[in-house]
Design a protein around this ligand. Structure first.
Ligand code: CUA
Length: 186
């Protein structure tokens, strides 16, 4: 921090801007920040409004993969899965959702275990509440590559999350400009 002193003394020798120039620069900075904040607010609120959607997806288990391997939804969406097996008995365990199923070949019904119970169903529905990535993997030993039989549910963040990020960025920008101005004004 010894360089701070020399930097300060060298800047002292620089011609100081006149008071009106400082004021102009300050108002330009504040104006720029306001425009940026408005743009961020616009991006937050004018973006496409993702109303909750119902997804009906046929998931086929086949040694040793799931089709589709990636499910992409928005937070708040309802997801209905119809699980099928194209060859042998497979499992379907969705991490973070207390959902586990056993899928039998050539059968429309599969067994779902959740909330401590088990039932035979043709479809299972849940709400993708939290944004994040949730792995689904086979939970029935089905062969050599069983440990690698998995897919991924990607839950995109909703607008609330977007607004929080935008607000944090805007506050940081304004704070940075105020600190800068404080240093220049001193
Ligand atoms: Cu499929 Cu284990």
């Amino acid at each position: 921090m010894t360089t701070t002193g020399s930097a300060a003394s060298s800047s002292d020798r620089r011609p100081q801007p006149t008071a009106p120039a400082r004021t102009r620069r300050r108002s330009r900075l504040l104006g720029g920040t306001a425009v940026l904040a408005a743009a961020i607010a616009g991006w937050t609120w004018a973006g496409p409004r993702p109303a909750p959607v119902e997804h009906k997806v046929d998931v086929t288990a086949r040694s040793f993969a799931f089709e589709p391997a990636v499910l992409r939804v928005n937070a708040g969406d309802r997801v209905t899965l119809r699980l099928r097996s194209a060859d042998v008995v497979h499992g379907f365990h969705l991490e973070g959702y207390d959902l586990d199923a056993t899928v039998y070949p050539l059968r429309r019904e599969f067994e779902v275990r959740r909330n401590g119970g088990r039932e035979q169903v043709e479809a299972v529905t849940f709400t993708a509440e939290r944004a994040g990535k949730y792995r689904y993997r086979c939970s029935v030993t089905c062969g050599a590559m069983h440990p690698f039989m998995s897919g991924e549910l990607i839950v995109e963040p909703n607008r609330t999350w977007r607004a929080a990020v935008a607000a944090a960025v805007a506050v940081t920008l304004v704070a940075a400009v105020l600190v800068r101005n404080g240093q220049h004004g001193a």
